[in-house]
Design a protein around this ligand. Structure first.
Ligand code: GLA
Length: 398
């Protein structure tokens, strides 16, 4: 090779080096010399992404926590709800005898993982212990039993719970216009007795059982100085009549000076109901969130899931979730989260806000919606713990 050729090769090698150095420096520059600090890759965990809006929760069983933890799924959630373990049947199996083992396990896990705990639920017509079902009680005895249960359970958990569902589902399954007009909105009779382990609190006490539960809860909170919010929790709350019945329930409590802080909209939904008219569906959902928050109540979406079958009796149609249905379900999840974000902040001190969205389960491998009739797919994570399309839609916002 002649002298000229050698110089030419040296020059091009040098140019290559300079180019590499320039690229490295400029790439490194992004990371090292950005005046606003190093860029942070967008977090992939739901609760981090939603940090400025509301907490993200999931209902769990102690026996499922291990495997969800191992798959790092629990990192998406900064709130948990006991799927069953705080229900009356589990915590007070004999009168005045408490069994908090499983619930305490969840609370301990939450404390270890810097996760908040929703309390679910103090007074409900079902999931009751056998000593209470069919017990002969006068109205006053029933009220005393409620008072003692609420007091003991809230005292036990103290500050480890940030919100309690004080009453769950005290309104009828559905409320017709005539029922609403007559004030015949309370769950009683057939709406109770269809369920085995149930007590018709309304037949025993009228609305006083609701007042008692909230009064007792507020008393414990005040006496122990607890930082806990008191909620009414129910389903179908985007139906206008049930929404109106909740408004009346809150007005009734307030008229008696009884404290209530928020409404839990369970939000067990079905995709076909949204598909039938998604605009109307979302309008009803938003109207409820708006109505409650304008009353100065916080709203939590406490049991969100979206079943893809039309009814619990629908025969199984597929083994895996078809992509097309997954996309539509994702859109519905996204619409719900968008409304929740819209009401997560307020400029009006008199208004409440959306403070939590909880899914009723973690992943599709465990859901109450799967029965012997069909396998359901109602959650944000798939049975193999991968993110479903819903996850990506939920985190895609400005
Ligand atoms: C209701 C209850 C929950 C749970 C779900 C699903 O919504 O509030 O505790 O039992 O039903 O079964």
């Amino acid at each position: 090779m002649n002298k000229f050729g050698t110089i030419k090769r040296l020059c091009s090698a040098l140019a290559c080096c300079v180019a590499v150095v320039v690229i490295c420096v400029s790439v490194a520059g992004c990371w090292l010399f950005d005046p606003d600090g190093p860029p942070v890759a967008q977090s992939k965990y739901l609760c981090d992404i939603y940090e400025d809006y509301f907490s993200i929760g999931a209902a769990v069983l102690p026996s499922n926590l291990g495997r969800y933890d191992e798959a790092e799924l629990m990192k998406h959630f900064n709130s948990i709800t006991a799927e069953n373990d705080m229900k009356w049947r589990f915590v007070e199996p004999a009168e005045g005898v408490y069994s908090f083992g499983a619930a305490d396990e969840l609370v301990a896990w939450a404390q270890e993982h810097d996760t908040a705990v929703r309390g679910h639920c103090l007074v409900w017509y079902k999931s009751l212990p056998s000593w209470l079902v069919g017990k002969q009680m006068t109205k006053q005895q029933a009220l005393n039993i409620i008072d003692k249960h609420v007091t003991d359970v809230m005292t036990h958990f103290g500050d480890s719970i940030y919100a309690w569902d004080v009453c769950n589902e005290v309104l009828r399954n559905t409320i017709s216009d005539v029922q609403l007009a007559k004030g015949d909105v309370w769950r009683t009779g057939d709406d109770v007795s269809y369920e085995a382990n149930s007590v018709d609190w309304y037949a025993l006490c009228g609305v006083d059982f609701i007042k008692q539960a909230f009064r007792s809860a507020d008393k414990v909170r005040t006496e122990l100085g607890l930082d806990v919010k008191l909620y009414y929790n129910d389903y179908n709350l985007n139906s206008p009549n049930k929404r109106q019945a909740v408004v009346q329930l809150v007005e009734m409590l307030r008229a008696d000076g009884i404290a209530i802080d928020g409404i839990g909209m369970q939000s067990h939904y079905r995709l076909p109901d949204y598909q039938a008219n998604s605009e109307a569906f979302m309008q009803n959902f938003e109207d409820s969130v708006k109505t409650f928050t304008e009353m100065g109540l916080d709203v939590q979406i406490t049991e969100l899931d979206i079943q893809v079958y039309e009814s619990s009796d629908s025969p199984q149609a597929f083994d895996a979730l078809p992509r097309e249905i997954e996309l539509q379900q994702a859109q519905m999840f996204a619409d719900i989260f968008a409304v929740c974000r819209k009401y997560a902040h307020t400029d009006d001190a008199e208004h409440g806000t959306v403070t939590n969205v909880t899914t009723w389960g973690v992943a599709d491998d465990h859901t109450y919606a799967t029965t012997s009739i069909h396998r359901e797919f109602p959650l944000i994570f798939a049975s193999d713990y991968s993110e479903k399309r819903a996850y990506y839609e939920i985190i895609s916002f400005e």
